[in-house]
Design a protein around this ligand. Structure first.
Ligand code: BJ8
Length: 423
C-alpha cells in the first residue's frame, strides 16, 4: 500500500491507533479470506479493494470532494443512494464491525448497547475511520431506539448530522411519511451540494443503483448451485464492499465474478464438496470486519448459501421500478422500493420470515442460523417467532446471539457443529 500518512493526518486520524487497527484487519483478512481454497479469480478485485479500503478509496473520495462532489455517509439501508447520486454525491456506508475502543463508547452509551452502535462510537472517539471524517453529511435514521438516541449524541461530534424519520408500520400513513422524508432529504442534499435534482439526474441515479443491485442479485442466484461455486465468506465480502466502492466499478466487478461463477457451475467446480450442508444466515447486518460467525460456520462442515440481512438480500433484493418519468413518479417509485424493506424494527413484520422460507427453498438450504447481535432488541425479539415459524415449516433453525468479541467463539462453534450434524 502507498503511503497515505499525510491524507490520514489531514483527516484528523489518530495515526498510532489507526495503524494498529489496519494491522489487525490485515492479518485477520489473511487468515480468514486468503487461506480459503479454490477461490474464484474474480475475488482478487475484492481483495484489492479491501487492501486499499482506507487508502486508495479514501484518496478517491478526497479527489471527488476537491472536484466539488459531496460525500454522504449512512448507517442504514433506508438511506437512498439514488438521491445522493442525483446530486452527483458519493455514498458511503459507515457501519463498523470491529470491537474497537468500546471503553470510549461506553463513556457515553450504556454498556448494554449493541456492538454495531458501540463500534461506530468507538471508531469516532478513537479517530480511526477515514470514511466518517471525509463525510460532508452523516445521515442517521429513526429505526431502533439505540440508534435513534445515539444520533443525539453523535450529532455534535460530526460536521453535519441529518436524521431521516422512518415509519414504524407498513401502513399508508407510513408510506406517505417515507415519501415526505425522502422529499425532505432530497432538499437537504440539494442545499449541501448546491446542485438541483432533476428527473434526469434522479433517473440516472436509480439506473446506477438498480444495476448494482441486479449484479448482486445475480450473484445471489448463482449460489443455488451445488457444489457451491463461492464461499459464504466471499459472498458476504462482496455484499460488504457494496457499501464502499464506486458503484459502476463495483457492478462491473461483480458481473465479471458472476461470469466466472456461472462457468464454474457449468463445469461442476465448487469451493466445498458437493453435498456439503447448506445454511442460510438471517438477522442483523454484518459490517466489515465482522466475519466471526461465517468463519465459524464454514469451518464446521457447512457452507452459507444466502444472507437474509441488510448486508445481503434484505438490502438488495428489490429494484426501483419506475413507470412515469416526472420527479414525482420517480420519488413514488423510490418510496415503494424502500417501503418494502422488512427490517425487524417494523411491526408487524411477516414478510421477513416468508422470505427466509423462500430463500431456503430456492437456494436448496437445509437449515437457517438466526443471528442477533446482543442487545439488538428488534432482532432478538423477532428471533423467537421466526424460529417457531421456520421449525413449523420443517426448516431446522438455530438461534444465536453474539457480539464482536472472540470470547464466545468456542461455545458458538460447538453449537454450530451440533446443529450442522442435525441437518
Ligand atoms: S434496515 S437492520 S440497517 S436498522 S443491530 S443498530 S437494529 S440494535 S442495524 Fe439496521 Fe437499517 Fe434495520 Fe437494516 Fe439497532 Fe439492532 Fe443494533 Fe441494528
Amino acid at each position: 500500500m502507498a503511503d497515505y500518512t499525510k491524507m490520514w493526518s489531514e483527516l484528523g486520524l489518530d495515526l498510532k491507533s489507526h495503524d494498529a487497527l489496519l494491522s489487525i484487519l490485515g492479518s485477520a483478512y489473511g487468515d480468514i479470506f486468503l487461506s480459503q481454497k479454490d477461490r474464484p479469480e474474480g475475488m482478487k478485485y475484492f481483495d484489492f479493494v479491501m487492501s486499499e479500503v482506507h487508502g486508495l478509496r479514501i484518496q478517491e473520495l478526497m479527489e471527488a470532494k476537491a472536484r466539488g462532489r459531496i460525500v454522504v455517509g449512512s448507517y442504514c439501508v433506508f438511506v437512498p443512494e439514488e438521491l445522493i447520486l442525483a446530486v452527483d454525491g458519493v455514498s458511503v456506508g459507515l457501519c463498523a464491525g470491529a470491537e474497537f475502543n468500546f471503553e470510549g463508547a461506553e463513556e457515553v452509551l450504556p454498556r448494554n448497547t449493541c456492538a454495531l452502535i458501540k463500534s461506530a462510537f468507538g471508531f469516532k472517539f478513537g479517530k480511526v475511520c477515514p470514511y466518517l471524517e471525509a463525510c460532508d453529511v452523516v445521515v442517521g435514521e429513526n429505526t431502533c431506539d439505540g440508534k435513534k438516541k445515539a444520533y443525539e449524541i453523535l450529532g455534535p461530534l460530526v460536521t453535519d448530522l441529518y436524521v431521516i424519520d422512518l415509519h414504524q408500520t407498513k401502513s399508508d400513513m407510513g408510506r406517505a411519511l417515507l415519501k415526505e422524508e425522502y422529499r425532505r432529504f432530497a432538499a437537504k442534499l440539494e442545499s449541501v451540494s448546491g446542485k438541483k435534482i432533476t428527473p434526469d439526474s434522479l433517473k440516472k441515479g436509480i439506473e446506477v443503483v438498480n444495476a448494482k443491485r441486479m449484479a448482486v442479485k445475480r450473484l445471489a442466484a448463482i449460489r443455488a448451485a451445488d457444489p457451491a461455486p463461492i464461499s459464504g465468506l466471499d459472498a458476504l465480502l462482496v455484499n460488504q464492499v457494496f457499501f464502499y466502492d464506486d458503484p459502476v466499478r463495483f457492478t462491473h466487478s461483480v458481473n465479471q465474478l458472476c461470469d466466472e461463477l456461472e462457468e464454474r457451475v457449468k463445469q461442476g467446480i465448487g469451493v466445498f464438496a458437493q453435498g456439503t450442508t447448506r445454511v442460510i444466515v438471517s438477522g442483523c447486518p454484518m459490517a466489515v470486519p465482522n466475519w466471526k460467525l461465517p468463519m465459524l460456520i464454514e469451518s464446521s462442515n457447512a457452507v452459507i448459501v444466502g444472507e437474509e440481512s441488510c448486508v445481503g438480500e434484505r438490502g438488495t433484493r428489490w429494484l426501483t421500478e419506475f413507470r412515469g418519468e416526472t420527479e414525482e413518479d420517480l420519488l413514488d417509485a423510490l418510496t415503494e422500493r424502500y417501503f418494502s424493506i422488512d427490517c425487524a424494527v417494523f411491526t408487524p413484520n411477516p414478510s421477513r420470515v416468508d422470505y427466509v422460507k423462500e430463500m431456503t427453498k430456492k437456494l436448496n438450504a437445509q437449515g437457517v442460523i438466526h443471528y442477533s447481535l446482543q442487545f439488538c432488541q428488534p432482532h432478538m425479539v423477532e428471533s423467537g417467532p421466526v424460529e417457531k415459524e421456520l421449525e413449523k415449516s420443517g426448516i431446522p433453525t438455530l438461534r444465536l446471539e453474539t457480539d464482536y468479541s472472540q470470547e464466545d467463539a468456542g461455545q458458538l462453534k460447538t453449537r454450530i457443529e451440533a446443529f450442522v450434524e442435525r441437518l
